[in-house]
Every structure is written in C-alpha cells, then in structure tokens.
Write a protein that binds this ligand. Structure first.
Ligand code: CTP
Length: 402
C-alpha cells in the first residue's frame, strides 16, 4: 500500500488509450490512493464518466461549473488537494497546450495551478510522437519539471507499429510510486550544507580574449537544484553560464579558476560536503596583458601556468566531509577516474566519457558511471536531472553511514 492516503488527480484526455485509464485508476485505488478524475470534454467519447466515477468512487469533473446548479469546480483547490497530477493518457494536443500555457478546460487550469509534482503518460500515433513539435513540447515540459512516463514501442491503434503507445497501467503505477517516494524524500537533507561548483572558468589573456571550455553548467545546476529541493542549504559557485539560479540556491558568480578557488574554500568551511562539477581551467596565462594584444606577422606564444586544483585542495582538508568529483574523459576513462578518486580524496567520482553519445557538454542527458573504492556502477543514458537525483541518493547514503 505504497500510495496509502495519497491524493492523485488523474487527468484523462481524448485518446484511444483512455480505456487503459480505467485499469490505472483501479490500480491506484488498490494501492491505497484517493483518486479524483478530471476528464477533458473529448475524452468522454473514449471512456464514459460513469465507468471512471464508479472506479474512482468520486464524481468525475469535466467542466468549470455544473450547468444545472452552477456549482464551481475549483481548479485551485484541486491543485492544492493533489499530491500528484497524473495525466494518462496525455494527447499531443494536451501536451502542446500545457507547454504553451493554454487554459481552455478544467484539466489544463488544474495543471497551471498545481503546486504538486506533475507526470504525463503520452499516447499518440508514432508520427505525431516523433514530430519535432511534440518532441519540443515534451522537452519544454521536462525542463519545467514535468515527469514523462515514456511511451512504449508496439502496435498502435492506427495499425502502424512504433513508439507512441501509452505505457501500461502497471508501469505507470510503478512510476507513480517512485515519484511520490522521491518527493517525500525531499526534505531528507534538511540542515545540511553543500558547496556545488559548476560551469566553465574564464582565464583572461587580455581585456578582450580569454581561455575557456565548452561546459554549460547544466549538470552542476541540476545537482544544486536537487540538493536544495531535498532541503540542503546550497552554495553554487558558478563560472560563466546562461542558466537561471535554481530555486532556493545561493549563487556566487566567479570568472577565473583563482576566483572559483577562493569562493569554494570559503563555502566549504562549515559545509557537510561538496560536489565538484565545474570545468576548471588547468592553466591560465602567466600574465594578463593590460592592453589588447595587437596582431603581428609572426607567431604569438602564450605562456601558461598551472592553476590550483580546487578539488584536490579541498580533498586534502576534507576530514569526514563528503567530496564528490567529476571526471570527463576521452580515453582510458575508468583508469583515469580511479586515479582522480585516490589523488583528490573523493568519496566517489562521476565519470562521463565524451565517447558516449548523449553524454558530456550542452545536452540535457548524461551517461555516467559512479566509481568509488568498492567498484563501478554504470547508469544508462538519463536526463541530467535524474543523474542529479542518483548523485543525491548516494550522498544521502554516505551521510547515513557516518
Ligand atoms: N577540478 C577542480 N579544480 C581544478 C581542476 C579540476 O576542482 N583546477 C575538479 C573538477 O571539478 C572535477 C575533477 O576535479 O571534479 C576532475 O577534473 P579534471 O579536469 O577531469 O581532472 P584533472 O585533475 O584536471 O586531470 P586531467 O587534466 O589530467 O584529466
């Protein structure tokens, strides 16, 4: 009875997969949840309100108000009541409206006013699912924190075969249980303080040019956001990035490796641990030219000197605190990561290889392997937010073992 007492608003939209919502509703109720069904007008053509009301043991809601007696169905109080808004099936049309903020039915207004986690289980034909418009809408929703229950591959109602079939009700149930368990864990890092470094450093050559790298900071920002969502007090020491400050996170903006070093040492004092995600320049110009360097005919030699290794320096003074490192490698990945684990006194290293498609810079996914003194754990390709959650889980386990 993992969902005992949980309040779930089950949104149903106009897809042939609406028939599966009946089974899903029963599974949710059997698992102990209270289910309030909200249907879009078109979905009533696919499954009857009578069926859903009987299975959920509550009158279903479709309209903003009851035309008979004028009773108002408040989307705001529905959004407040819910521990989860689960839209299954979610059509391409509803996903597009959610992404665009359209509010032309009760389900959409409930979505816009919901403060609880939101999950959608897309259901549509394979071409509609693969269409760039749908993919972009899903991406927009993902970036706003909506959880997507990936559709399955298989035969579709159209007779075609491909990806687009709504996930099976038991898979959606498992997803729901995991999601709600994770949101309960939210405050598990209350009272803990963490430093996260993220993004690329900038080493000035002259007032115009600099040396930097391709890091966007997405992975580090996702980690800071996840730790803060679990209740931690997070200082994010960030190199240059275009990303907004994650909710509840204190950001300290820096440029050079030296500035990042100073801000990190300060934030590490009094912290329970640090996650070193920044792509820090290993070398910086020996001297910064005060004036713009003019071009000449011959070669230009830049003399570079080593910067300080922030992670190694924190590792040397960490004591019982947690230190998590990253390793971005292009060859001999695991051997290099193991060497960094030992040399920088990391509790574990998050290894990503530039050889893996979908891993590393810029993207919203990452494929990582955790490496610690006990061994290796390779994860599949996951959204960076999910990788951040796995890192936070590991940190929690280390804190619990203290
Ligand atoms: N790191 C750091 N300060 C530096 C360099 C790296 O804090 N000056 C941290 C990174 O944030 C990351 C880890 O150390 O957590 C590994 O960084 P990486 O550049 O891959 O390793 P290096 O020690 O620089 O080794 P190499 O350049 O030989 O790969």
């Amino acid at each position: 009875m993992q969902l005992q007492g949980k309040h779930i608003v089950l949104g149903i939209t106009g897809s042939i997969a609406a028939y599966k919502a009946a089974l899903l509703c029963r599974l949710l109720r059997t698992a102990g949840a209270e289910v309030q069904v909200v249907m879009t007008p078109l979905s009533k053509e696919f499954i009857t309100p009578l069926t859903m009301a009987t299975l959920s043991r509550r009158p279903i809601l479709v309209e903003f108000f009851d035309p008979e007696n004028g009773a108002w169905n408040s989307h705001v109080s529905l959004g407040e009541w819910a521990d989860l808004l689960l839209i299954a099936p979610a059509t391409a049309n509803t996903l597009a409206k959610m992404a665009g903020g359209v509010a032309d039915n009760l389900l959409l207004t409930t979505y816009l006013s919901a403060r609880c986690p939101v999950a959608v289980a897309p259901a549509m034909d394979l071409d509609m699912y693969a269409h760039p418009a749908t993919q972009q809408n899903l991406q927009t929703l993902r970036e706003r924190g909506v959880r997507i229950v990936e559709p399955a591959e298989g035969e579709l109602a159209s007779g075609l075969t491909g990806k687009g079939r709504m996930a099976e009700p038991d898979a959606i149930l498992r997803f729901t249980e995991e999601l709600l368990a994770a949101s309960e864990k939210k405050k598990s890092l209350n009272g803990r303080r963490f430093l996260v470094t993220a993004g690329a450093t900038i080493e000035a050559i002259d007032p115009v040019r600099f040396i930097s790298n391709h890091s966007t900071g997405k992975m580090g920002y996702a980690i800071a956001e996840e730790l803060a969502a679990r209740g931690a007090d997070v200082t994010l020491v960030s190199g240059r990035t275009v990303l907004p400050v994650p909710e509840g996170v204190r950001r300290v903006e820096v440029l050079s490796a030296e500035e990042m070093y100073r801000a990190s040492v300060e934030a590490f004092g009094g912290a329970d641990g640090a996650v070193m995600c920044a792509a820090v320049a290993d070398y910086t110009p020996d001297r910064v030219s005060e004036c713009k360097i003019r071009k000449g005919d011959g070669e230009l030699l830049l003399r570079l000197r080593r910067t300080r290794d922030i992670a190694a320096e924190l590792g040397a003074v960490k004591g019982g605190r947690i230190l998590v490192g990253f390793a971005l490698e292009t060859h001999d990945e695991e051997a290099h990561a193991e060497e960094k684990l030992a040399r920088k006194h990391f509790d574990f290293v998050v290894l990503n290889s530039l050889r893996d498609p979908g891993a590393g810079f810029r993207g919203d996914t990452n494929k990582v392997t955790f490496i610690d003194a006990r061994g290796h754990e390779a994860l599949p390709l996951l959204p960076k937010s999910e990788v951040a959650a796995r890192i936070a889980d590991r940190i929690e386990r280390l804190l619990a073992a203290e």
